[in-house]
Structures are given as structure tokens and as C-alpha cells.
Design a protein around this ligand. Structure first.
Ligand code: SAM
Length: 249
């Protein structure tokens, strides 16, 4: 049984690449810089649609969370937005390697009084045994890892047999005119607003670039199948701006 802790637990961080120029180091310091404004910007720049996306994740994993003694793991949990939704249904563990994000998450978890435990650690090397969780989620985190395939392998390893992995991530809008309008917003307007409000010179520049470099809907589905997930399916959200991929172990 997992239980709520009063403070963020520090675990040994074994990032795949923490060198000065490595992706993990850059990502971690970027989120440390924008942490105080992260939730505000998320909700404002998406007009609160991100909250609906996370609730959609819960809807699609709820059957697994209602199993007796079910537990969930939320990788790259950040400020615990999705962990809080999961924790309302089952004891939940959140993992993130960015301490400032976790500290903000812990305050929210404390107020919610739910069975949620947040730990500091690397999503590519999670310090838990194989086959421990009924549900493993990652929301807007897989794209940030130093290797999406390695992240998916870790999710698969941590799931119980017949457990479910859920990946919520930005993706590629499919409807032509909407796609062009969104592309303008995402690559021109959002970086200016996001960088100005967050105080970061690059975080919201990195966002569209990282989405562009990430596999599209079919590409991610293929990657999930390749690492061993079965019954892989996906749901485009808001015309494909985001996408929820599901797969069973
Ligand atoms: C865009 S935020 C998403 C946070 C949260 N899941 C949400 O839905 O708002 C991405 C998070 O991934 C975390 N992250 C990136 N790479 C990581 C890694 N290798 N291990 C653990 N956390 C990582 C960052 O620290 C950041 O908090």
C-alpha cells in the first residue's frame, strides 16, 4: 500500500545523461526554471483543455484502477496534476527528476489528502521492481526523455501482466486548416507568451520543436507495439493537438 508523505522523498537519481550538454540535464534545469509558472501557463495557454485531457486518461484506465489493491505510477509527474486524478481512484506513486516541480506537487498533494506519494527519480531508471503497477501513465513527459523507446520499455517493465500503460502527449493535428492555424499559434504565439510569462528564454521554444521531433500518432503506436504492448490504440484529442495512446501488457 502506498501512502502520502509529508515531503518529497529524494532517491538516487541515475539519469541516462546528466552531462552539461545532455538532454536530461537541460530538460531538468528548464523545468526547474519554469516550475513556479508551469501550472498557470499550462491552463492559460490551453484554455484549461489540458485538465479535460488528463480526466480523459483517467476514464480510459479507470477499470484497472478499480481492481482490488490496484496501484498506479505516474512518470514525469511534475506538479502532480495527473497523479492527483489517479490518486482519487487508487494509491499512486509519482516520479519526477525535477525537485522544484515535485515540491509544488507535494503542496497540492498535501491539500488533497489522497494516497499519493511523490519521489524524485529518473523515469528511465525507476527504482521499483518489475510488474508492480496496474496502471503506468506519463503525461507530456515521454517527449522529454532521452529516448522515447527506453521510456516505453520502462513503463512496460513496471506494469503487472494485463496492466495498462497510458501516454498523453502533444501530437499532430490532422484537419488541414485547423492544423495550419494551430501550427502558427504553437510555433509563433505560444513561444512569445510562454517565454515572457515563465521568464525562460527557451522553454516554450523547445516545446514545439520537441513535439516536431517526436513520433506522430502512428509512429508512437508502432513504437509501443515494438516494445511489447498489446491492444495498442490511440485517441486524438482536440483534433490531434494531443493524443492519448493506450497499451496493455
Ligand atoms: C511537461 S512536464 C509534465 C508534468 C506532468 N506530467 C503534467 O501533466 O503536467 C514534464 C516533466 O517531465 C519531467 N522529466 C523529464 N525527463 C525526466 C526524467 N528522465 N525522469 C523524470 N522526470 C523527467 C520534468 O522534470 C517535468 O516535470
Amino acid at each position: 500500500m502506498l501512502c502520502r508523505t509529508a515531503s518529497v522523498k529524494s532517491m538516487e537519481i541515475q539519469t541516462s545523461d546528466l552531462g552539461p550538454g545532455g538532454k536530461a540535464a537541460r530538460v531538468r534545469s528548464m523545468f526547474a526554471e519554469i516550475a513556479p509558472r508551469y501550472d498557470l501557463l499550462n491552463h492559460a495557454l490551453s484554455l484549461n483543455i489540458d485538465k479535460r485531457w488528463r480526466r480523459f486518461v483517467i476514464k480510459k484506465v479507470a477499470d484497472r484502477l478499480r481492481r482490488p489493491d490496484a496501484t498506479a505510477l505516474d512518470l514525469c509527474c511534475g506538479t502532480a496534476e495527473l497523479s492527483l486524478e489517479l490518486g482519487a481512484l487508487a494509491p499512486t506513486m509519482g516520479v519526477d527528476f525535477c525537485h522544484p516541480m515535485l515540491e509544488l506537487g507535494m503542496k497540492k498533494v498535501g491539500r488533497a489528502n489522497l494516497p499519493i506519494d511523490l519521489v524524485e527519480g529518473d523515469a528511465l531508471n525507476v527504482p521499483f521492481a518489475d510488474s508492480m503497477f496496474d496502471v503506468v501513465t506519463v503525461a507530456f513527459g515521454l517527449r522529454n526523455l532521452d529516448g522515447a523507446e527506453a521510456g516505453l520499455r520502462e513503463i512496460h517493465r513496471l506494469l503487472k501482466p494485463d496492466g495498462r500503460g497510458a501516454v498523453l502527449e502533444f501530437s499532430r493535428p490532422k484537419i488541414p486548416v485547423f492544423r495550419d492555424l494551430f501550427h502558427f499559434y504553437f510555433t509563433r504565439l505560444l513561444p512569445r507568451i510562454g517565454n515572457a510569462v515563465s521568464g525562460s528564454s527557451f522553454a516554450y521554444q523547445y516545446l514545439p520543436e520537441s513535439v516536431q521531433a517526436f513520433p506522430d500518432q502512428e509512429g508512437l503506436a508502432s513504437l509501443m507495439r515494438a516494445v511489447g504492448f498489446s491492444e495498442v490504440r490511440y485517441y486524438n484529442l482536440f483534433g490531434g493537438v494531443a493524443c492519448l495512446h493506450l497499451g496493455n501488457k
